[in-house]
Each structure stands twice: as C-alpha cells, then as structure tokens.
Design a protein around this ligand. Structure first.
Ligand SMILES: Nc1ncnc2c1ncn2[C@@H]1O[C@H](COP(=O)(O)OP(=O)(O)OP(=O)(O)O)[C@@H](O)[C@H]1O
Ligand SMILES: Cc1ncc(C[n+]2csc(CCOP(=O)(O)O)c2C)c(N)n1
Ligand SMILES: [Mg+2]
Ligand SMILES: [Mg+2]
Ligand SMILES: [Mg+2]
Length: 339
C-alpha cells in the first residue's frame, strides 16, 4: 500500500456525500481546501485526538467506533459553543504494517458520524508511526456573530443543567475492560449493558440541544462533558468566578447505570462526577427560562435535568448530599498526565 493510494482509498467516498453537507469550492486533492463563508457569522475551531491504548483498546472499541467517536468528540466541542459543525480535517498516523481493512473501518465510522451531523471532510494528513494508531480531528463550525455560549457566563441564581445520563460511558468502559474480549467479536449485547456500551462507543454530540438552548435566549454558560461532570462544572465555576452547587438527589442516574454499578460494587456518583467521555452538555440557564426550556426539551425527547444552582457565596463546586451535608467536590476526572 502506498501513501497516495491509501489517501485516495480513504477519501474517495467524499463523492458519496449528499447535497445536505456544506460544499467546498476546492475539495480534497489540492494543497488546501477552500470554502465559502457566510457573512454575519463567526468561525468556531477545535481539535481533539484519539490514541490507541489511551482512548481505546481492541477490547473496548471496534475500529469503526473509534472513527465515529473521534468525529463525535470533536462535534461535541462545537456543540458546547452553541455552534453548527461544518468541516473537518483528519490526521491519521498508523503503523506501517496496519491491515488496510482497519483503516477502512475507521473511516467508515468517521464518515458515518460526519454525515449524521452534516460535516464535510475537507482534507487531512496521513503518516506512518512506530507507535499505535493516532487519529486527530480538527473541526470547523459556524455561529451567529457574538452568540457563542462560553464557560464564563454563569451568573448567581442560574440553574445548573445536564443533558442525558453522564456516567454511562465510564460504566460501559468498565464493563468492556472487564470482558477482555475483542470488541469486534461481541455480537448483539444483552440488556442492561447495551445502553452503557453504546454510550461509550457511539456517544451522541448534543448539537440540537445546544442550538435550542442558544435560540431560547435563556442560556448562561455551557461545556461538554469530556472529563466528567465534576471537572466540567469546575471549569464553568472558575471561568465565571462563581460557585456551582450540585444536588446528589437531582443528578440523573440511568437505570442501567444503577444496575451495573450495583453488580460491580461501584457508586454511580463516582462515574457521573469523574468518568467522562459522555459528550453530553453541562451548563447554566437563567432562572426565568427553566420551565420553558424543560418543556421544550421534553417536546423534543431530549433528556434534560436541573441538577443544581449557581451561587455567589462560594467558588468552585460543592455537592449537596442526600443527607443534607454539603461537601466540596474536587476537580476529579480523567487527566492525561496523572501517574
Ligand atoms: N497543545 C495545545 N496547544 C494549544 N492549545 C491547546 C493545546 N491543548 C489544548 N489547548 C487549548 O486549551 C483549551 C482546553 O482544551 P481541552 O482539550 O482541555 O478542552 P476540551 O477539548 O473541551 O476537553 P477534552 O480534550 O477533554 O475533550 C482549548 O482552548 C484548547 O484549544
Ligand atoms: C482503554 C481506555 N482506557 C481509559 C479510557 C478513559 N479515558 C481516556 S481519555 C478520557 C478523557 C477524554 O479524553 P481527552 O481529554 O483526550 O479528550 C477518558 C475518560 C478509555 N476511553 N479507554
Ligand atoms: Mg481537547
Ligand atoms: Mg470540551
Ligand atoms: Mg474535547
């Protein structure tokens, strides 16, 4: 397999992308891609990387899941700004002797997620590596001028909300690591773990939820949950110079998470606060918008839970336990350079 043939093989499916995706004036095959940019909007840019053995192992993810999740985690950062994802650049490093079918599958997942969220692949880079597979995605999105939902706009009195069921991805990871069986050899999964495994392998970035929030006019701060609720809440608290009080009894626990945590003798709360890779949204909403937003999300079938409030009486994150006790929450969560 030569490098240029590999690039052609991995990117030829751009011709299969539908008219719904944003077009390129100059697409894959030149030194750089060229796109028209609408006036009155701002560009939103981010990148995130997936490294074999760090973000996935053969026992936790099929190659198509790796591709899907690499794209999904990037789209999630665009969603976390309230923006619309438009274009992606893919940088792939793989061992010289990697079976090309692995890369085909990786790209199958990448393009599946890109097409689901209306993202056009505008190009990338391909190299060999003496190490494991590394897949880096750069994502480019668009937002109405001056409307980005930043971490620093939480205000005292805001309600704190979360979408979906954080903790499920970490529980799914725990389950998959415990099985020690290649992910691509696992067939139809039996309940109750299917939901947890899906949450880990195929997270769904919350673009629609974030757009609804932005358009409602009630949004405060916004973050996506990549490192765990505790870490994301701490980032909002710090950037906004406020305190976030989370209520244990209001954090949504998916029934499958509760069930699996019981079997694994774990606390769901630990996975919710410190698990990560949920790619749900954690944010704040102005108090006068809570009821309207809850009704709107419910009409669209998007789970939304009010889990606490923003306070000016302290900084950082605190947890109101079911017992009534209030505890500081440390900024736990995944840290790449922890030993
Ligand atoms: N190596 C780097 N060089 C320059 N900027 C960086 C680098 N790494 C991160 N950043 C910037 O630091 C900020 C925080 O990045 P971080 O990766 O923690 O956020 P995130 O993508 O939301 O989290 P996660 O990686 O857990 O999904 C972003 O503005 C990002 O662009
Ligand atoms: C095999 C295996 N071991 C551990 C983990 C857990 N993990 C890895 S990176 C990360 C945070 C998000 O990454 P980033 O901050 O780079 O976006 C988490 C929770 C995993 N997914 N697979
Ligand atoms: Mg990042
Ligand atoms: Mg983020
Ligand atoms: Mg990220």
């Amino acid at each position: 397999m030569d490098e240029f043939a590999l690039i052609r093989r991995l990117t030829e499916r751009r011709t299969r992308t539908g008219a719904a995706l944003p077009p390129l004036a100059v697409g894959i095959g030149d030194d750089a891609a060229v796109a028209d940019w609408p006036s009155g909007s701002q560009i939103v840019m981010s990148c995130d990387t997936m490294v074999q053995e760090v973000h996935f192992k053969r026992v936790t993810m099929k190659d198509s899941d790796v591709g899907y999740k690499a794209m999904a985690s990037n789209i999630s950062d665009i969603a976390a700004m309230g923006a619309i994802p438009r274009y992606a650049l893919l940088s792939l490093s793989a061992p010289k002797n990697v079976p090309v079918s692995r890369l085909d599958n990786l790209y199958e997942g990448l393009y599946e997620c890109a097409e689901q969220f209306g993202v056009t692949v505008a190009g990338g880079d391909t190299t060999s590596t003496p190490g494991e597979i590394v897949l880096a995605v750069t994502i480019i999105g668009e937002i109405e001028q001056g409307r980005a939902l930043v971490r620093s706009s939480a205000r005292p009195g805001d309600a704190v909300f979360v979408t979906g069921y954080p903790g499920c991805s970490a529980a799914g990871l725990h389950y998959l690591l415990g099985r020690q069986q290649a992910a691509d050899s696992i067939g139809e999964l039996t309940q109750p773990y299917r939901f947890l495994v899906q949450a880990h392998q195929r997270p769904q970035p919350q673009v629609k939820a974030a757009r609804m929030l932005l358009q409602s006019g009630f949004a405060g701060a916004l973050n996506d949950v990549s490192d765990g609720v505790a870490s994301e809440a701490a980032e909002i608290a710090e950037a906004s110079g406020v305190g976030l009080l989370l209520e244990e009894g209001r954090l949504p626990v998916h029934p499958d998470l509760a069930e699996y945590a019981r079997l694994a003798s774990r606390e769901p709360l630990d996975w919710i606060l410190g698990g990560g890779e949920d790619y749900q949204l954690l944010g704040t909403v102005r108090p006068e918008g809570v009821n309207e937003l809850a009704a709107l999300f419910s009409r669209h079938g998007i789970p939304l839970a009010i889990v606490g409030e923003v306070s000016e009486r302290f900084t950082g994150v605190r947890l109101l336990r079911r017992s009534g006790a209030i505890e500081p929450v440390d900024k736990r969560g995944y840290n790449h350079f922890d030993n």
